[in-house]
Design a protein around this ligand. Structure first.
Ligand SMILES: *Cc1c(COP(=O)(O)O)cnc(C)c1O
Length: 411
């Protein structure tokens, strides 16, 4: 009993935490977030060791300070931040971290405070307006800063990605020449960055984007010091099984080697999802079953925004003392608020005898999951507990099977 008490919120990291079943036995009424520091460390080490350049973490995917500290400990020293609040949060949590303000549209006030109060030197932009804003906001007594790393974001296709980022940001290829030449004059180091969209399902997305980078460099005939391939590195979800990350790194590394840039130029990437998707899962309770619909205590206004709004299928497992012997069937979920929109179509495959009172673990919510929670209708974040088991053992069994079948290496 004493041990179980600790399971509910007081699990000591030194003891390695608990399992989803340990928590379910306590029958918590609110959803419980299970965090797995070992999964984040593993992902970070993978990028640090295998990506052929520098990996910075895109903080928006999950800004939890405990996660930031794990990534730092595993060797991630650079952080892609997009707001002044993220700048302040990372600076406070990791005072030694290098911050890169990679949102291409910022307020002049945010740029100035990031530069003068937090020492940020790296900024992205996709228009002349933004370039002028950065130059003005970082000047001292009318004298322009000489220590800026400025990355021009080029628009690339999101065709290979599950979530597009092509419409909102990025200079058109025909605007790049003037923008690169003007930025070169304001920058100590000049970069080109892009984002292929989140959950890019093929390495070709990066290969094609690098072709645009090459064309822009050739046309502008400027010296480029940094090529930043952005985020978009995929994770495993049901129905979305991407090639191994090594295949992405290989395409990127080869394309980088082929660019007309100097030997001292740096290659950067900005993974969000791939570093933290496995960091968190959420243990939910079924409060009602109506046919193939399960009413659970987590939803669209909680950690399941993407499941509700872009039809994301997260892996699920029934967490029960005795394994169910019924076959799986397709369920959809309703969240706890009174809103019809609080609906996740799935399909989520669970044993046919799943019923009210059961606990279900929903996996891969470390990226764009727990970070999206609101307090709408009185349902907010419940307890967070450190777990020592693998994230979604069921999903891993599936990955393992496919790995053996295809003889590829994944995370
Ligand atoms: C969101 C974002 C990322 C991270 O994208 P993932 O798909 O999570 O890897 C990286 N860079 C920028 C500029 C972003 O906006």
């Amino acid at each position: 009993m004493h041990k179980h008490h600790r399971a509910l919120g007081l699990a000591s990291p030194r003891e390695g935490g608990v399992t989803a079943l340990d928590i379910a036995r306590q029958r918590p009424a609110a959803s419980v977030t299970l965090v797995r520091p070992h999964a984040a460390r593993r992902a970070a080490r993978f990028f640090v060791e295998k990506f052929p350049g520098r990996s910075m973490y895109a903080v928006k995917a999950n800004p939890e300070p405990a996660l930031l500290r794990e990534l730092w400990a595993a060797g991630i020293t650079h952080y892609d931040v997009a707001s002044l609040a993220e700048v302040a949060l990372v600076a406070e949590t990791l005072p030694q971290a290098v911050l890169c303000f990679m949102h291409p549209v910022k307020s002049e006030e945010a740029i100035a405070e990031a530069y003068f109060a937090f020492g940020v030197r790296t900024f992205s932009l996709d228009t002349m307006d933004e370039l002028e804003k950065i130059v003005a906001a970082t000047a001292t007594d009318g004298v322009a800063a000489t220590d800026l790393n400025l990355c021009v974001r080029i628009r690339v296709s999101s065709d290979h990605s599950k979530l597009s980022l092509a419409a909102k940001f990025g200079a058109e290829p025909d605007e790049m020449k003037d923008l690169l030449i003007a930025t070169r004059q304001a920058a100590d180091a000049l970069g080109i960055c892009f984002h292929v969209g989140s959950q890019a399902m093929t390495p070709a997305a990066y290969g094609e984007a690098m072709e645009r980078v090459r064309a822009a460099i050739v046309e502008a005939a400027v010296t480029v010091d940094i090529v930043d391939v952005g985020g978009g590195f995929p994770s495993w979800y049901p129905g979305m099984e991407p090639p191994p990350l090594e295949a992405y790194f290989e395409v990127i590394g080869r394309a980088f080697e082929d660019l007309p840039i100097s030997y001292s130029a740096e290659l950067w990437c900005e993974p969000g999802r791939a570093l933290c998707a496995e960091y968190a899962s959420v243990l939910v309770r079924v409060e009602k079953r109506r046919g193939d619909q399960l009413y659970i205590n987590e939803g669209a206004y909680g950690a399941l925004f993407d499941a509700a709004h872009v039809g994301w299928r997260f892996p699920v497992t029934l967490v029960r003392e005795e394994e169910s012997h019924t076959r799986d069937m397709a369920f959809s979920f309703y969240g706890p608020t009174c809103d019809d929109l609080d609906h996740m179509a799935g399909p989520f495959m669970l044993p046919a005898d799943t019923k009210a009172g059961d606990y279900v673990e929903i996996g891969m919510l470390g990226a764009y999951g727990t970070a999206m929670r609101t307090r709408f209708n009185g349902f907010g974040a419940g307890m967070t507990v450190e777990a020592k088991d693998e994230p979604m053992a069921s999903l891993y069994a599936e990955i393992e099977e496919r790995r053996e079948a295809s003889n590829v290496v994944t995370l």
